[in-house]
Design a protein around this ligand. Structure first.
Ligand code: ARG
Length: 461
């Protein structure tokens, strides 16, 4: 049988394989709410512009409301023969209200329709990601406030470097997720132009008002070029690149939680609510949520690569290749939202182990830089010489099997006679972190300033 939507010039219906490769309803049904909202705005505009009678516009509006109800209650008869969400809805509208349904597609094409639907959907996802990030930042601020002065080792190369504070480490992620937030917000501003009314590619001869539909759908303005309007998918790529960078940040944090929750580190205890057990090893409490968050970037980055590959080399305007834009973005968005929610939950629930953090902070000669700095400041040594002398003291402590503060004054003076009792003040981790008062440094006073600044930012959300 011929397709009732476009079958006029066809003598035969499509092969089953053709139908299978062509149909997108299996996944684009997810755009139903956006599709109906777009149709509603379009019909109202057509009526206001005198292109459609008020009676027809009313019938269309009521029919669309009924269809929305059917879909939401799960009793809408989706049909693969009708290819996609657009034709499924329109065909059902004809069944419900008759001929008036056929006037809805005046001055419109599925090309501007799908671009509009997908943009509305992606915009909703940007808003959801924004809220998810705001909640995660709030959870991190809570951790930073509680532990602004809890000492822990800071690492480079995952080797003990210098002591830092728990609050400082949490606030590092606040900065990262804060930039993610701004990337999503930027993407939203850039994408917020309405494709509807671009029609197939060239615009339309009907006296439509694209400003009206743009406003009704919450866009800032109609897109200015009809060819671009139906061809652009860079809004989805903008979303995916923001999502990928965010997923990368989540993955790094997740990796730290996996390491920190191990028996060898014991820096944090994850809550039972965000851990799992082993079916064979009774003692196990595994950080599965963190591991899955760490992995989600694979799907999200994969989606971005897939969509770039679909879009590269496509001539203007619409090509059916572009139907392959949606599934990847849907999957990426689901993955991102789940990862954000799981991370927020884990951060709210986790307990830092202050004793383990402090013990680890003092080991591994973590205050060697403080000692070198002291030699510069108090004994007037050039930094390179101070570095060398401190290295010798580290070697001495290592040989003795102790930490730097455990060396005696005499031992220290054997390396450099200018060393006095005062050096012991800087060898303690508390003093070390308290001294790092430079802007953005790890001193508790600095961390509290940064937390306060973010709490102010937060008040504006
Ligand atoms: N299902 C299509 C898509 O997702 C809708 C647009 C189809 N347009 C067309 N001219 N065949 O891209």
């Amino acid at each position: 049988t011929q397709n009732t939507m476009w079958g006029g010039r066809f003598a035969a219906g499509p092969d089953a394989i053709m139908e299978a490769i062509n149909a997108s309803i299996g996944f684009d049904k997810r755009l139903y709410a956006q599709d109906i909202a777009g149709s509603r705005a379009h019909a109202a505009m057509l009526a206001a512009s005198g292109i459609l009678s008020e009676a027809d516009a009313d019938a269309i509006g009521e029919g669309l409301t009924a269809i929305l109800g059917e879909i939401e209650q799960g009793d809408f008869p989706f049909s693969t023969a009708l290819e996609d969400i657009h034709m499924n809805v329109e065909s059902r509208l004809r069944e419900r209200i008759g001929d008036a349904a056929g006037r809805l597609h005046t001055a419109r094409s599925r090309n501007d329709q799908v671009a509009t639907d997908f943009k509305l959907w992606t915009r909703d996802q940007i808003d959801a990601a924004t809220r998810g990030l705001e909640a995660l930042i709030d959870a991190l601020l809570g951790q930073a406030e509680a532990g602004a002065d809890w000492v822990m080792p800071g690492f480079t190369h995952l080797q003990t470097a210098q002591p830092v504070t728990w609050g400082h480490h949490m606030m590092a992620y606040v900065e990262m997720f804060g930039r993610d937030l701004s990337r999503f917000r930027d993407a939203r501003v850039r994408m917020n132009e309405c494709p509807l009314g671009a029609a197939a590619l060239a615009g339309t001869s009907f006296p439509i008002d694209r400003h009206v539909t743009a406003e009704a759908l919450g866009f800032d303005r109609p897109s200015a070029n009809s060819l671009d309007a139906v061809s652009d998918r860079d809004f989805a790529l903008d979303y995916l690149s923001a999502a990928t960078i965010c997923a990368m940040h989540l993955s790094r944090f997740a990796e730290e939680l996996v390491i920190w929750s191990s028996a060898q580190f014991r820096f944090v205890a994850l809550s039972d609510r965000f851990s799992t057990g082993s079916s064979i090893m009774p003692q196990k409490k595994n950080p599965d949520a963190a591991e899955l968050i760490r992995a989600k970037i694979g799907r999200i980055l994969g989606a971005m690569v897939a969509l770039f590959t679909v879009m590269k080399g496509l001539p203007l305007a619409y090509s059916k290749d572009m139907q392959e834009d949606k599934e990847q973005v849907f999957d990426a968005a689901d993955s991102l939202m789940l990862a954000l929610a799981a991370m927020e939950g884990m951060v709210r629930d986790m307990t830092a182990n202050r004793e383990s953090l402090a013990a680890a902070a003092g080991s591994g000669f973590s205050t060697a830089t403080d000692l070198a700095d002291w030699l510069v400041r108090e004994a007037g040594l050039p930094f390179r010489d101070a570095h060398h002398a401190t290295g010798a003291l580290v070697a001495m402590a290592e040989k003795k099997g102790c930490d730097l503060p455990d060396l005696t004054l005499e031992e220290m003076q054997s390396v450099n006679p200018a060393i006095t009792q005062g050096v012991f003040d800087v060898l303690g981790v508390e003093n070390s972190v308290a001294s790092r008062v430079s802007y953005g440094g790890t001193a508790p006073a600095q961390v509290r300033k940064q937390v306060a600044r973010w709490r102010e930012v937060q008040a504006g959300w």
